[in-house]
Design a protein around this ligand. Sequence first.
Ligand code: COA
Length: 182
Amino acid sequence: MNRTESSASDHPTPDRTPAGHDSAHLTIRPPTLADGGEMWRVARDSGSLDLNSSYSYLLLADHFSDTCRIALLGDDVVGFVTGYLLPRDPSRYFLWQVAVDERARGHRVAGRLVDSVLDEVPGVESLATTVTADNASSRRVFQRLADDRGATLTERSGFEAHHFPDGHEAEPLLVIDGLGRR
Ligand SMILES: CC(C)(COP(=O)(O)OP(=O)(O)OC[C@H]1O[C@@H](n2cnc3c(N)ncnc32)[C@H](O)[C@@H]1OP(=O)(O)O)[C@@H](O)C(=O)NCCC(=O)NCCS
């Protein structure tokens, strides 16, 4: 697996550098087990994500590092994406969660995290994720990603409210087909 790191200096466009960190280096890389705790912390502080057990973030960071990424400003983890290739269709990347710390939002860090997976994991032709109807920021990320790659985003029924045992709202499925390496 190619684990090439990318840094903000590769993309010097000023609006891609999170505010207050103009001189800091934004690094995107696969996580290691040691990063799992900070991924849990970013999820906890995100304000809107379902917070999974700390154990699950350690497991993702350790066992699924090829298809997960973290974003660092200096030594600080400020974002992550988690996901895996669907066991029944390894050409489809299922993106489980993406989150960026409030201080780094609005600078396309989320898109760069997802790009890193799509650019470095071979054989991915489509992406699927679920996003609640009211999550406009997240929907912007996926629409832009589809547009940037000349791909098609469609919305389908995903995990419906009645599937959840705890009153969780419906999670419609967004699918981006036609992903190519840029
Ligand atoms: C969704 C999220 C990951 C986007 O990360 P990001 O790196 O800020 O993404 P972008 O910079 O591409 O911004 C996406 C949209 O967020 C909105 N946005 C911009 N600045 C923002 C800020 N400071 N705070 C909140 N939202 C902002 C804008 O609508 C933007 O779209 P635009 O650039 O076309 O105007 C981030 O907002 C987040 O962590 N949210 C909480 C967790 C979540 O909902 N995750 C998705 C479900 S798995």
